[in-house]
Design a protein around this ligand. Structure first.
Ligand code: FMN
Length: 384
């Protein structure tokens, strides 16, 4: 899909889109989406580590016909990037997940629906079509676990992402300070923050404040807002042991991908347990603040798992150049979380198409500069 020229002039890069998006969201939502854990060290280092990756251009190499379409998990995609699972993404902008799922299908790139999505996994599969992946936080109540897996299977998802980096409850200072909840508590402070963002308020008023559409059916009747939120987060926080992974592997006949791996030995363990791939990720700096970045761990993980095991990486990727950096470091595929949701928050539904077209265009430009006609050519452009 071609880029919209007027949107391109207004928003020529993801940094501009991010600035516009953050201005349009009330502070308690902005903090939830933007901030990382603790002092924000994980978010900061995700960026710094990517900035430090340098690539060698080869101007005499033939890159007149650039192709970056690729195969992953038996499916052909138009570009080596996709939309990471973002829980409660519908708070950034109403129906953000639905807009991104539809755009992903038009652009033929993957869209990962989160367990904690504000839309049902069934409706997101309808929007994303065969580009839909489902991210699975494993419920610790067996009947709910079984039901969620069955729903994902019946909806037609093939790729199941099992997120393992939420083994214990986390304290997100900003959310605690803001009294963050769904639906929000309408005290003087949130009312003031919402009033300062009239476009967001109008859009929410038009569509109704989102609820946990995907999970609300599991909440015991009669629970109030805070108790329901506590029930849902307790439901999915828990240690995913190798035994649990093996069990999920045996029960899920589609592709199974483990998300949140950073240690090369654990990457090998996942491969040996039968995973079809892993997502190397520090959860966008939102879990352990001191965790390393995907870009730092990629070379060691690639060396440990061998050349054929699919590696997906995320964290801090904001440009086509960053996508090339991750691929040069050893990834087969790249995910981004915040930038896509910022796209919709900045521009509404058309922002989903714009940001996808933008990343494709940037990718084409950078590959041309590097003298890379195909994605595998990127592998020998890493300096150092
Ligand atoms: C607001 C927010 C919510 C997220 N929710 C989830 C989630 O529910 N499940 C999950 O596996 N990862 C979740 N992530 C992590 C993303 O899947 C991804 O790893 C991360 O956003 C990548 O970093 P980036 O935002 O810098 O691209 C979330 C990230 C953000 C920003």
């Amino acid at each position: 899909m071609a880029m919209d020229a007027s949107l391109d002039r207004r928003f020529p890069c993801a940094a501009d889109i991010e600035r516009a998006a953050l201005r349009r969201m009330p502070k308690f939502i902005r903090d939830y989406v933007f901030c990382g854990m603790g002092l924000g060290g994980g978010v900061r280092r995700n960026r710094e580590a990517l900035d430090a990756v340098r690539l060698m251009p080869r101007y005499l190499a033939d890159a007149d016909n650039i192709a970056f379409d690729t195969e992953l998990f038996g499916q052909h995609y138009d570009a080596p990037f996709g939309v990471a699972p973002v829980g409660m993404g519908g708070l950034a902008w109403p129906r953000a997940a639905e807009s991104l799922a539809s755009a992903a299908s038009r652009h033929n790139v993957p869209f990962a629906a989160a367990t904690f999505t504000m839309a049902s996994l069934e409706s997101l599969r309808d929007h994303a079509q065969s580009c839909g992946w489902f991210q699975f936080y494993r419920p610790n109540i067996p009947e709910i676990e079984e039901d969620l897996l069955n729903r994902a299977r019946t909806a037609g998802y093939d790729v199941l992402i099992v997120t393992v980096d939420v083994p214990s409850p986390m304290r997100r200072d900003h959310d605690i300070r803001n009294g963050f909840s769904v639906p929000p508590r309408f005290d003087l402070r949130t009312a003031f923050e919402i009033a300062a963002c009239p476009a967001w308020a109008m859009a929410m008023a038009g569509s109704g404040f989102p609820v946990f559409e995907n999970l609300v059916r599991y909440v015991p009747a009669g629970l109030g807002r805070d108790a329901a939120m506590a029930f849902l987060s307790d439901l999915v926080i828990g240690h995913i042991t190798p035994e649990i992974l093996s069990d999920l592997r045996a029960r899920w006949s589609g592709k199974l991908v483990v998300k949140g791996i950073l240690d090369p030995d654990e990457a090998v363990r996942c491969r040996d347990l039968g995973a079809d791939g892993i997502i190397i990720s520090n959860h966008g700096g939102r879990q352990l603040e001191a965790a390393p970045c995907a870009s730092e761990m990629l070379p060691a993980i690639r060396a440990a798992v061998g050349t054929d095991f699919p590696l997906i990486a995320d964290g801090g990727v904001r440009t086509g150049l960053d996508i090339c950096r991750m691929l040069a470091l050893g990834a087969d595929f790249v995910l981004m979380g915040r930038p896509f949701y910022y796209g919709v928050a900045a521009m509404g539904e058309k922002g989903a198409d714009h940001i996808m077209a933008l990343f494709k265009e940037e990718l084409r430009c950078v590959m041309g500069q590097l003298g890379c006609a195909t994605l595998p050519d990127l592998r020998d452009r890493l300096i150092g």
